[in-house]
Design a protein. Structure first.
Length: 130
């Protein structure tokens, strides 16, 4: 399980919990040497979930005229590109150890930091300005 802070917007907390759950399921599949088709399906689900979550955050940032929107959106774009790169690498090499290592540490570290900083500030601004 991943310990991470909560923010003041319920939808963000629900989406964050789903991200953590999907990441956990992926780690379980990779640890159990599950069929690659199952891993592929869950990777796509994680990527789509992340895209939709980021899009909703970005919509609300624009709606409330969040001043550091470009910085937060840039972080989203960087993360989505990184996820896509790792997923493509997985599809090309089927290296479960490398994918597991990425999900365990870099993804977890980024997620906790992002929620605790950018999402914390963004959620507070959106809540005050809706």
């Amino acid at each position: 399980m991943l310990d991470y802070p909560q923010v003041v917007l319920d939808f963000m907390n629900r989406d964050h919990a789903e991200f953590v759950a999907l990441r956990g399921e992926l780690l379980d599949l990779l640890t159990q040497n599950s069929p690659v088709a199952e891993v592929d399906t869950l990777l796509e689900k994680l990527l789509e979930h992340t895209r939709l979550h980021f899009a909703e955050e970005e919509r609300l940032m624009l709606e409330t005229q969040f001043p550091p929107y470009p910085v937060h959106k840039g972080e989203h774009e960087k993360v989505l590109a990184n996820m896509a790169d790792h997923f493509e690498n997985w599809k090309a090499k089927r290296d479960a150890a490398a994918l597991r290592k990425w999900l365990e540490t870099p993804v977890a570290d980024w997620f906790v930091a992002h929620v605790g900083t950018m999402d914390h500030v963004t959620a507070g601004f959106i809540k005050m300005n809706q």
